[in-house]
Design a protein around this ligand. Structure first.
Ligand code: NAP
Length: 292
């Protein structure tokens, strides 16, 4: 079994981003990200802080906005519309999970497509879907100037490719069908020539599906959801879940149990998380380089 070291792979990508930021400085552009945190959810705050640290280390300006948990949806939409109109802001990112009175779909529509570093605006989603049909593979799709892919699926694809996983013709299972993780990850894997099954809370007998998979990607948000008996010997296991528990942050995979059966596995922390934050910054740099 080998561990996919998300931190080490992310550092390599960050070196490239530092150089890209330096090139933008020649055009007098300082890329800027505005993450928005609503309320006090501990996981959302972890992501918010991680962005602040990474942006600073890359030379990206950080213009975070914090709103109280009881802020109305209209207040959030006002903040987004101000940031949409600000020419010095390149990327807007609304931290999840949102308080229950705020609609994720309305927020997805509100963030301008040019600044949608989370890749969830219908325009970004539509571009991804349409362009993926003609792209030869995931990297060719992501290389397109105007295509902004959701960061977590990007992170998973880059980790798989960097780890040398044979993707073409492989069988993958994605568990979770959310807008920003499971659904787009299924599409990116498909673009790469993977045969994909997407499972969710209504799927019957998930374990019979996961046991056949060469690659298992999990994003359900339930601690230790994937156990050893659900994974075939030698599978590649990508744990996307981040669950804040009294024992600390744990993933959706029972790591101790599953790791000995896997050929490659991502740890928590230090797996998908650091790469996701890095891919958000890559999207910010892409948006900044698209400035007129
Ligand atoms: P989400 O919107 O809550 O979606 C969860 C998905 O899991 C849903 O599609 C749901 O199915 C499915 N699910 C829930 N219970 C299930 C069960 N018992 N069996 C099968 N499927 C089940 O969550 P998300 O935004 O995708 O995030 C998922 C996890 O990834 C969370 O822990 C989150 O913190 C983490 N995350 C990590 C990163 C990172 O950078 N590592 C980034 C984003 C998210 P239904 O659709 O049928 O309800």
């Amino acid at each position: 079994m080998s561990i996919i070291d998300g931190r080490a792979i992310a550092r390599k990508y960050q070196e490239v981003l530092r150089r890209d930021v330096a090139h933008l400085a020649d055009r007098e552009i300082v890329p800027a990200i505005a993450p928005i945190l609503i309320g006090e959810d501990s996981a959302a705050r972890v992501y918010y802080r991680a962005k602040a640290r990474l942006a600073k280390s890359l030379g990206i300006r950080y213009a975070g906005v914090e709103l109280p948990g009881e802020a109305r949806e209209e207040e959030l939409l006002d903040v987004i519309s101000r940031l949409n109109a600000d020419p010095q802001i390149d990327g807007i990112f609304v931290e999840l999970p949102l308080p229950s009175h705020i609609s994720r779909e309305r927020i997805a529509y509100a963030v301008s497509a040019e600044k949608d570093v989370d890749g969830i605006n219908p325009v970004s989603m539509g571009q991804m879907l349409v362009e993926s049909a003609s792209a030869a593979n995931y990297r060719q799709l992501n290389a397109q100037r105007r295509v902004l892919l959701p960061a977590t699926p990007q992170a998973v694809m880059e980790l798989l490719l960097e780890s040398g996983v044979d993707l073409v013709g492989a069988n993958a299972v994605v568990i979770g069908r959310s807008l920003s993780v499971g659904r787009p990850l299924g599409l990116l894997l498909l673009t790469e020539g993977v045969t994909v099954t997407i499972c969710h809370s209504k799927t019957l007998s998930i374990e019979t599906i996961t046991r056949r998979a060469d690659i298992v990607c999990v994003a359900v948000g339930h601690p230790r959801f994937i156990t050893a008996d659900m994974v075939k010997e030698g599978a590649v296991v990508i744990d996307i879940g981040i669950n804040v528990t009294p024992e600390g942050i744990v993933g959706d995979v029972d790591y101790e149990e599953v790791a000995p059966r896997a050929s490659l596995i991502t740890p928590i922390p230090g797996g998908v998380g650091p790469m996701t934050t890095t891919m958000i910054m890559a999207n910010v740099v892409k948006c900044a380089s698209n400035r007129e």
